[in-house]
Write a protein that binds this ligand. Structure first.
Ligand code: NDP
Ligand code: PMR
Length: 349
Protein backbone atom coordinates (compact mmCIF):
# COMPACT_ATOMS: atom_id res chain seq x y z
CA UNK A 1 0.00 0.00 0.00
CA UNK A 2 2.86 2.42 0.88
CA UNK A 3 5.39 3.70 -1.54
CA UNK A 4 8.75 3.41 0.17
CA UNK A 5 11.58 5.70 -0.68
CA UNK A 6 14.01 2.97 0.30
CA UNK A 7 13.85 -0.71 1.21
CA UNK A 8 12.35 -1.25 4.63
CA UNK A 9 11.76 -4.31 6.76
CA UNK A 10 8.88 -2.79 8.77
CA UNK A 11 5.72 -4.92 9.01
CA UNK A 12 2.58 -3.86 7.14
CA UNK A 13 -0.38 -5.21 9.13
CA UNK A 14 -3.69 -3.47 8.58
CA UNK A 15 -6.35 -3.72 11.28
CA UNK A 16 -9.64 -1.90 11.78
CA UNK A 17 -10.02 0.59 14.64
CA UNK A 18 -12.46 -0.08 17.48
CA UNK A 19 -15.31 2.44 17.34
CA UNK A 20 -17.03 1.63 20.62
CA UNK A 21 -15.72 4.63 22.64
CA UNK A 22 -14.42 8.16 22.12
CA UNK A 23 -10.65 7.73 22.08
CA UNK A 24 -8.34 10.24 23.76
CA UNK A 25 -5.26 11.90 22.32
CA UNK A 26 -2.77 14.07 24.18
CA UNK A 27 -1.22 16.75 21.95
CA UNK A 28 1.64 18.88 23.28
CA UNK A 29 1.84 22.50 22.12
CA UNK A 30 -1.76 22.57 20.92
CA UNK A 31 -2.15 26.30 21.62
CA UNK A 32 -0.80 27.35 18.25
CA UNK A 33 0.26 26.37 14.75
CA UNK A 34 0.43 22.73 13.74
CA UNK A 35 -0.61 21.44 17.18
CA UNK A 36 -3.74 23.58 17.28
CA UNK A 37 -4.89 22.43 13.85
CA UNK A 38 -4.03 18.83 14.74
CA UNK A 39 -6.32 19.22 17.76
CA UNK A 40 -9.09 20.48 15.48
CA UNK A 41 -8.59 17.66 12.98
CA UNK A 42 -8.59 15.02 15.74
CA UNK A 43 -11.78 16.47 17.26
CA UNK A 44 -13.35 16.33 13.79
CA UNK A 45 -12.44 12.64 13.71
CA UNK A 46 -14.44 12.08 16.91
CA UNK A 47 -11.52 12.04 19.36
CA UNK A 48 -11.29 13.76 22.73
CA UNK A 49 -8.23 16.01 22.70
CA UNK A 50 -6.14 16.79 25.76
CA UNK A 51 -4.37 19.99 24.81
CA UNK A 52 -1.13 19.85 26.81
CA UNK A 53 0.01 23.48 26.89
CA UNK A 54 2.10 25.91 28.91
CA UNK A 55 -0.41 28.78 28.70
CA UNK A 56 -3.89 27.58 29.59
CA UNK A 57 -5.73 30.79 28.75
CA UNK A 58 -4.06 31.02 25.39
CA UNK A 59 -4.89 27.38 24.65
CA UNK A 60 -8.55 27.85 25.62
CA UNK A 61 -8.85 30.96 23.45
CA UNK A 62 -7.13 29.22 20.54
CA UNK A 63 -9.44 26.21 20.75
CA UNK A 64 -12.45 28.50 20.66
CA UNK A 65 -11.02 30.62 17.85
CA UNK A 66 -10.68 27.62 15.52
CA UNK A 67 -14.07 26.25 16.58
CA UNK A 68 -13.19 23.04 18.43
CA UNK A 69 -16.44 21.96 20.15
CA UNK A 70 -16.31 22.50 23.94
CA UNK A 71 -17.01 18.87 24.75
CA UNK A 72 -14.17 17.64 22.50
CA UNK A 73 -11.20 18.98 24.43
CA UNK A 74 -9.61 19.49 27.83
CA UNK A 75 -6.76 21.92 28.42
CA UNK A 76 -4.03 20.75 30.79
CA UNK A 77 -0.81 22.42 31.89
CA UNK A 78 2.63 21.23 30.83
CA UNK A 79 5.93 23.03 30.48
CA UNK A 80 8.05 20.72 28.34
CA UNK A 81 11.13 22.68 29.34
CA UNK A 82 10.77 21.52 32.95
CA UNK A 83 11.13 17.85 33.89
CA UNK A 84 9.14 18.40 37.11
CA UNK A 85 6.32 19.90 35.08
CA UNK A 86 6.31 16.93 32.71
CA UNK A 87 6.04 14.57 35.67
CA UNK A 88 3.22 16.66 37.21
CA UNK A 89 1.35 16.61 33.91
CA UNK A 90 1.48 12.81 33.82
CA UNK A 91 0.20 12.63 37.43
CA UNK A 92 -2.64 15.05 36.67
CA UNK A 93 -3.54 13.19 33.51
CA UNK A 94 -3.73 9.91 35.45
CA UNK A 95 -5.84 11.54 38.15
CA UNK A 96 -8.49 12.28 35.49
CA UNK A 97 -8.84 8.52 34.86
CA UNK A 98 -8.97 9.02 31.12
CA UNK A 99 -7.37 6.28 29.03
CA UNK A 100 -4.59 7.35 26.69
CA UNK A 101 -5.00 6.10 23.13
CA UNK A 102 -2.56 8.33 21.28
CA UNK A 103 0.19 10.81 22.13
CA UNK A 104 1.41 13.52 19.76
CA UNK A 105 4.75 15.12 20.72
CA UNK A 106 4.46 18.41 18.82
CA UNK A 107 5.58 21.35 20.99
CA UNK A 108 8.83 23.05 20.06
CA UNK A 109 10.75 26.27 20.31
CA UNK A 110 13.06 27.83 17.73
CA UNK A 111 15.22 30.74 18.95
CA UNK A 112 17.58 31.49 16.04
CA UNK A 113 18.77 34.90 17.25
CA UNK A 114 19.99 33.95 20.71
CA UNK A 115 23.60 34.84 21.43
CA UNK A 116 23.81 32.77 24.59
CA UNK A 117 21.84 29.70 25.65
CA UNK A 118 18.74 29.89 27.81
CA UNK A 119 18.54 27.22 30.50
CA UNK A 120 15.79 24.93 31.75
CA UNK A 121 15.16 24.73 35.52
CA UNK A 122 17.49 21.71 35.54
CA UNK A 123 20.21 23.77 33.84
CA UNK A 124 19.96 22.19 30.38
CA UNK A 125 20.06 24.21 27.15
CA UNK A 126 16.40 25.16 26.64
CA UNK A 127 15.82 24.23 22.97
CA UNK A 128 17.07 20.68 23.43
CA UNK A 129 15.38 20.50 26.84
CA UNK A 130 11.98 21.52 25.44
CA UNK A 131 11.95 19.83 22.06
CA UNK A 132 13.73 16.60 22.94
CA UNK A 133 14.35 15.92 26.65
CA UNK A 134 10.86 16.94 27.82
CA UNK A 135 9.26 14.78 25.13
CA UNK A 136 11.68 11.91 25.80
CA UNK A 137 10.53 11.86 29.44
CA UNK A 138 6.86 12.34 28.55
CA UNK A 139 6.87 9.59 25.92
CA UNK A 140 8.58 7.12 28.23
CA UNK A 141 6.27 7.86 31.16
CA UNK A 142 3.13 7.77 29.01
CA UNK A 143 4.12 4.50 27.39
CA UNK A 144 2.60 2.86 30.47
CA UNK A 145 -0.65 4.76 29.93
CA UNK A 146 -0.77 3.71 26.29
CA UNK A 147 -0.13 0.10 27.28
CA UNK A 148 -3.03 0.21 29.76
CA UNK A 149 -5.60 1.49 27.24
CA UNK A 150 -7.81 -1.07 25.53
CA UNK A 151 -7.87 0.83 22.22
CA UNK A 152 -6.69 -1.50 19.49
CA UNK A 153 -4.73 1.02 17.42
CA UNK A 154 -2.54 2.99 19.84
CA UNK A 155 -0.03 5.43 18.42
CA UNK A 156 2.80 7.67 19.54
CA UNK A 157 3.72 10.35 17.00
CA UNK A 158 6.70 12.72 17.21
CA UNK A 159 7.02 15.71 14.87
CA UNK A 160 10.09 15.67 12.66
CA UNK A 161 11.13 18.12 9.98
CA UNK A 162 12.98 18.29 6.69
CA UNK A 163 15.75 20.40 8.22
CA UNK A 164 16.86 17.37 10.26
CA UNK A 165 17.99 15.76 7.01
CA UNK A 166 20.92 17.04 4.90
CA UNK A 167 20.02 14.41 2.27
CA UNK A 168 17.01 16.59 1.34
CA UNK A 169 17.26 19.99 -0.32
CA UNK A 170 15.50 21.70 2.59
CA UNK A 171 18.05 20.15 4.97
CA UNK A 172 21.16 21.31 3.16
CA UNK A 173 21.17 24.83 4.60
CA UNK A 174 23.89 25.50 7.22
CA UNK A 175 24.26 25.02 10.09
CA UNK A 176 23.49 21.34 9.70
CA UNK A 177 22.62 19.10 12.62
CA UNK A 178 25.44 17.07 14.10
CA UNK A 179 25.10 15.01 17.27
CA UNK A 180 28.82 14.22 17.27
CA UNK A 181 29.37 11.46 19.77
CA UNK A 182 27.04 13.12 22.30
CA UNK A 183 30.01 14.65 24.11
CA UNK A 184 27.77 17.43 25.52
CA UNK A 185 25.16 14.98 26.85
CA UNK A 186 27.94 12.79 28.26
CA UNK A 187 29.38 15.78 30.13
CA UNK A 188 26.00 16.44 31.80
CA UNK A 189 24.67 19.10 29.37
CA UNK A 190 24.86 21.90 31.97
CA UNK A 191 26.75 25.20 31.91
CA UNK A 192 29.22 25.68 30.25
CA UNK A 193 27.94 22.90 27.91
CA UNK A 194 25.09 23.92 25.63
CA UNK A 195 25.20 21.62 22.59
CA UNK A 196 24.72 17.88 22.27
CA UNK A 197 28.17 17.56 20.66
CA UNK A 198 29.78 19.76 23.32
CA UNK A 199 30.76 22.44 20.77
CA UNK A 200 30.01 26.19 20.82
CA UNK A 201 26.40 27.35 21.18
CA UNK A 202 24.56 27.68 17.85
CA UNK A 203 20.80 28.16 18.30
CA UNK A 204 19.70 27.09 14.80
CA UNK A 205 21.78 23.93 15.07
CA UNK A 206 20.32 23.33 18.56
CA UNK A 207 16.84 23.18 16.97
CA UNK A 208 17.96 20.87 14.17
CA UNK A 209 19.86 18.62 16.61
CA UNK A 210 16.74 18.41 18.76
CA UNK A 211 14.70 17.29 15.73
CA UNK A 212 17.25 14.58 14.90
CA UNK A 213 16.83 13.41 18.51
CA UNK A 214 13.04 13.44 18.01
CA UNK A 215 13.33 11.10 15.01
CA UNK A 216 15.88 8.89 16.78
CA UNK A 217 13.53 8.65 19.78
CA UNK A 218 10.69 7.50 17.54
CA UNK A 219 12.89 4.87 15.91
CA UNK A 220 14.29 3.64 19.22
CA UNK A 221 10.80 3.36 20.70
CA UNK A 222 9.70 1.40 17.65
CA UNK A 223 12.69 -0.90 17.93
CA UNK A 224 12.29 -1.44 21.65
CA UNK A 225 8.53 -1.53 22.13
CA UNK A 226 6.57 -2.07 18.94
CA UNK A 227 6.69 -5.88 18.88
CA UNK A 228 5.88 -6.28 22.57
CA UNK A 229 3.15 -3.61 22.80
CA UNK A 230 1.64 -3.34 19.31
CA UNK A 231 1.88 0.46 19.65
CA UNK A 232 2.60 2.30 16.40
CA UNK A 233 5.50 4.75 16.69
CA UNK A 234 5.87 7.21 13.83
CA UNK A 235 7.11 10.60 12.79
CA UNK A 236 6.50 13.01 9.95
CA UNK A 237 7.45 16.14 8.09
CA UNK A 238 4.09 17.81 7.48
CA UNK A 239 5.49 20.32 4.97
CA UNK A 240 6.91 23.77 5.48
CA UNK A 241 4.33 25.58 7.60
CA UNK A 242 6.10 28.86 7.06
CA UNK A 243 3.59 31.13 8.76
CA UNK A 244 3.24 29.55 12.18
CA UNK A 245 4.41 31.39 15.29
CA UNK A 246 7.44 29.04 15.36
CA UNK A 247 9.30 31.90 13.68
CA UNK A 248 8.21 34.54 16.23
CA UNK A 249 11.79 34.84 17.48
CA UNK A 250 13.26 35.37 14.01
CA UNK A 251 13.77 38.75 12.29
CA UNK A 252 10.52 40.46 11.27
CA UNK A 253 11.81 40.52 7.70
CA UNK A 254 12.33 36.75 7.79
CA UNK A 255 8.77 36.28 9.01
CA UNK A 256 7.54 38.31 6.03
CA UNK A 257 9.70 36.76 3.32
CA UNK A 258 9.90 33.14 4.45
CA UNK A 259 6.28 32.19 3.58
CA UNK A 260 6.62 33.87 0.16
CA UNK A 261 9.94 32.09 -0.47
CA UNK A 262 8.39 28.73 0.43
CA UNK A 263 5.18 29.39 -1.54
CA UNK A 264 6.64 30.74 -4.76
CA UNK A 265 10.22 29.50 -4.90
CA UNK A 266 10.70 26.15 -3.14
CA UNK A 267 7.05 25.02 -3.39
CA UNK A 268 7.43 23.51 0.08
CA UNK A 269 4.74 25.64 1.74
CA UNK A 270 1.67 24.11 3.37
CA UNK A 271 -1.05 25.77 5.42
CA UNK A 272 -1.38 25.19 9.16
CA UNK A 273 -4.73 23.53 8.49
CA UNK A 274 -3.24 21.03 6.03
CA UNK A 275 -0.27 20.34 8.33
CA UNK A 276 -2.68 19.65 11.22
CA UNK A 277 -4.70 17.35 8.98
CA UNK A 278 -1.53 15.42 8.08
CA UNK A 279 -0.53 14.98 11.72
CA UNK A 280 -4.06 13.75 12.45
CA UNK A 281 -3.85 11.26 9.56
CA UNK A 282 -0.63 9.82 10.96
CA UNK A 283 -2.16 9.71 14.45
CA UNK A 284 -5.50 8.15 13.62
CA UNK A 285 -6.12 7.03 10.05
CA UNK A 286 -5.96 3.28 9.39
CA UNK A 287 -3.69 3.55 6.35
CA UNK A 288 -1.01 5.22 8.47
CA UNK A 289 -0.76 2.31 10.88
CA UNK A 290 2.89 1.71 10.12
CA UNK A 291 5.32 1.62 13.00
CA UNK A 292 8.88 2.95 12.64
CA UNK A 293 7.92 5.11 9.66
CA UNK A 294 8.67 8.75 8.91
CA UNK A 295 6.01 10.14 6.58
CA UNK A 296 6.42 12.93 4.11
CA UNK A 297 4.22 14.37 1.37
CA UNK A 298 5.18 15.11 -2.15
CA UNK A 299 4.85 18.89 -2.00
CA UNK A 300 8.09 19.35 -3.81
CA UNK A 301 8.84 15.81 -4.89
CA UNK A 302 6.33 15.67 -7.77
CA UNK A 303 4.38 12.98 -5.98
CA UNK A 304 1.12 14.97 -6.23
CA UNK A 305 0.83 15.57 -2.52
CA UNK A 306 0.65 11.83 -1.79
CA UNK A 307 2.10 10.60 1.48
CA UNK A 308 5.10 8.31 1.30
CA UNK A 309 7.59 6.85 3.74
CA UNK A 310 10.77 8.82 3.59
CA UNK A 311 14.20 7.62 4.52
CA UNK A 312 15.42 9.61 7.53
CA UNK A 313 18.86 11.26 7.72
CA UNK A 314 22.02 9.17 8.14
CA UNK A 315 22.32 10.25 11.80
CA UNK A 316 18.66 9.59 12.50
CA UNK A 317 18.85 6.05 11.08
CA UNK A 318 22.06 5.17 12.91
CA UNK A 319 21.01 2.56 15.49
CA UNK A 320 24.21 2.92 17.50
CA UNK A 321 23.51 6.67 17.79
CA UNK A 322 19.94 5.86 18.75
CA UNK A 323 21.10 3.63 21.55
CA UNK A 324 23.56 6.21 22.85
CA UNK A 325 20.95 8.99 22.62
CA UNK A 326 18.59 6.74 24.60
CA UNK A 327 21.00 5.96 27.42
CA UNK A 328 22.28 9.51 27.81
CA UNK A 329 18.81 11.11 27.55
CA UNK A 330 17.52 8.64 30.13
CA UNK A 331 20.23 9.76 32.54
CA UNK A 332 19.58 13.46 31.88
CA UNK A 333 15.82 13.14 32.50
CA UNK A 334 16.27 10.90 35.55
CA UNK A 335 15.11 7.57 34.15
CA UNK A 336 18.25 5.52 34.96
CA UNK A 337 16.18 2.32 34.79
CA UNK A 338 16.06 2.75 31.02
CA UNK A 339 19.85 2.81 30.64
CA UNK A 340 21.17 -0.29 28.92
CA UNK A 341 17.62 -1.51 28.30
CA UNK A 342 18.05 -1.75 24.54
CA UNK A 343 18.88 -4.64 22.30
CA UNK A 344 22.62 -5.24 22.19
CA UNK A 345 24.03 -3.61 19.07
CA UNK A 346 25.44 -6.95 17.92
CA UNK A 347 22.00 -8.58 17.87
CA UNK A 348 20.79 -6.18 15.21
CA UNK A 349 23.11 -7.05 12.36
P1 NDP B 1 4.33 27.02 16.99
O1 NDP B 1 5.32 27.93 17.60
O2 NDP B 1 3.15 27.58 16.30
O3 NDP B 1 3.78 26.00 18.08
C1 NDP B 1 4.61 25.46 19.06
C2 NDP B 1 3.77 25.02 20.22
O4 NDP B 1 4.65 24.50 21.22
C3 NDP B 1 2.98 26.16 20.86
O5 NDP B 1 1.75 25.65 21.30
C4 NDP B 1 3.85 26.51 22.05
O6 NDP B 1 3.15 27.09 23.13
C5 NDP B 1 4.33 25.12 22.44
N1 NDP B 1 5.46 25.17 23.34
C6 NDP B 1 6.64 25.80 23.16
N2 NDP B 1 7.40 25.64 24.25
C7 NDP B 1 6.68 24.92 25.14
C8 NDP B 1 6.92 24.45 26.45
N3 NDP B 1 8.05 24.72 27.09
N4 NDP B 1 5.96 23.73 27.05
C9 NDP B 1 4.80 23.47 26.42
N5 NDP B 1 4.51 23.89 25.19
C10 NDP B 1 5.44 24.63 24.57
O7 NDP B 1 5.17 26.06 16.02
P2 NDP B 1 4.72 25.03 14.88
O8 NDP B 1 3.28 24.75 14.98
O9 NDP B 1 5.29 25.51 13.63
O10 NDP B 1 5.55 23.75 15.31
C11 NDP B 1 4.95 22.59 15.82
C12 NDP B 1 5.82 21.40 15.51
O11 NDP B 1 5.94 21.25 14.11
C13 NDP B 1 7.24 21.51 16.05
O12 NDP B 1 7.63 20.26 16.57
C14 NDP B 1 8.06 21.84 14.81
O13 NDP B 1 9.38 21.37 14.93
C15 NDP B 1 7.29 21.06 13.76
N6 NDP B 1 7.50 21.51 12.40
C16 NDP B 1 7.21 22.80 12.03
C17 NDP B 1 7.43 23.21 10.74
C18 NDP B 1 7.13 24.59 10.28
O14 NDP B 1 7.48 24.90 9.14
N7 NDP B 1 6.51 25.44 11.09
C19 NDP B 1 7.99 22.29 9.73
C20 NDP B 1 8.20 20.97 10.21
C21 NDP B 1 7.97 20.61 11.50
P3 NDP B 1 2.82 28.67 23.19
O15 NDP B 1 1.61 28.84 22.33
O16 NDP B 1 2.54 28.88 24.63
O17 NDP B 1 4.01 29.39 22.69
MG1 PMR C 1 14.59 26.37 4.41
C1 PMR C 1 14.27 23.65 -1.09
C2 PMR C 1 13.39 23.45 -0.19
C3 PMR C 1 13.37 23.95 1.18
C4 PMR C 1 12.50 23.49 2.13
C5 PMR C 1 11.43 22.47 1.95
C6 PMR C 1 12.79 24.20 3.33
C7 PMR C 1 12.12 24.01 4.54
N1 PMR C 1 13.82 25.09 3.11
C8 PMR C 1 14.22 24.95 1.78
C9 PMR C 1 15.24 25.64 1.15
C10 PMR C 1 15.96 26.70 1.66
N2 PMR C 1 15.82 27.20 2.92
C11 PMR C 1 16.97 27.46 0.96
C12 PMR C 1 17.41 27.21 -0.47
C13 PMR C 1 17.41 28.42 1.83
C14 PMR C 1 18.50 29.45 1.58
C15 PMR C 1 17.94 30.69 1.06
C16 PMR C 1 16.69 28.26 3.05
C17 PMR C 1 16.86 29.04 4.18
C18 PMR C 1 16.19 28.81 5.39
C19 PMR C 1 16.37 29.54 6.62
C20 PMR C 1 17.23 30.72 6.86
N3 PMR C 1 15.27 27.79 5.60
C21 PMR C 1 14.90 27.85 6.88
C22 PMR C 1 15.55 28.90 7.52
C23 PMR C 1 15.13 28.89 8.88
O1 PMR C 1 15.47 29.63 9.78
C24 PMR C 1 14.22 27.70 9.08
C25 PMR C 1 14.96 26.70 9.92
O2 PMR C 1 15.99 26.18 9.54
O3 PMR C 1 14.45 26.38 11.07
C26 PMR C 1 15.21 25.43 11.81
C27 PMR C 1 14.04 27.14 7.70
C28 PMR C 1 13.25 26.11 7.20
N4 PMR C 1 13.32 25.67 5.88
C29 PMR C 1 12.38 24.68 5.70
C30 PMR C 1 11.68 24.48 6.93
C31 PMR C 1 10.57 23.50 7.14
C32 PMR C 1 12.22 25.36 7.84
C33 PMR C 1 11.67 25.61 9.22
C34 PMR C 1 11.43 24.91 10.32
C35 PMR C 1 11.73 23.46 10.56
O4 PMR C 1 12.61 22.87 9.99
O5 PMR C 1 11.02 22.89 11.36
Amino acid sequence: MWEYEDTSTASKEVLTMAQDQKPTVVITGASSGVGLYTAKAMANRGWHVVMACRDLEKAEAAAQAVGIPKDSYTVMHIDLGSLDSVRSFVENFRANKRPLDALVCNAAIYMPLLKAPLRSPEGYELTMATNHLGHFLLANLMLDDLKRSSWTDKRLVILGTVTHNPDELGGKVYPRPDLGNFEGFEAGFKDPISMVDGKAFEPVKAYKDSKVCNVLTMREMHRRFHDSTGITFSSLYPGCVADTPLFRNHYKLFQKLFPLFQKYITGGYVTQELAGERVAQVTADPEFRQSGAYFSWGNRQKKNGQAFIRRVSPQARDDAKGERMWDLSAKLVGLPELVGSGLAASSRY
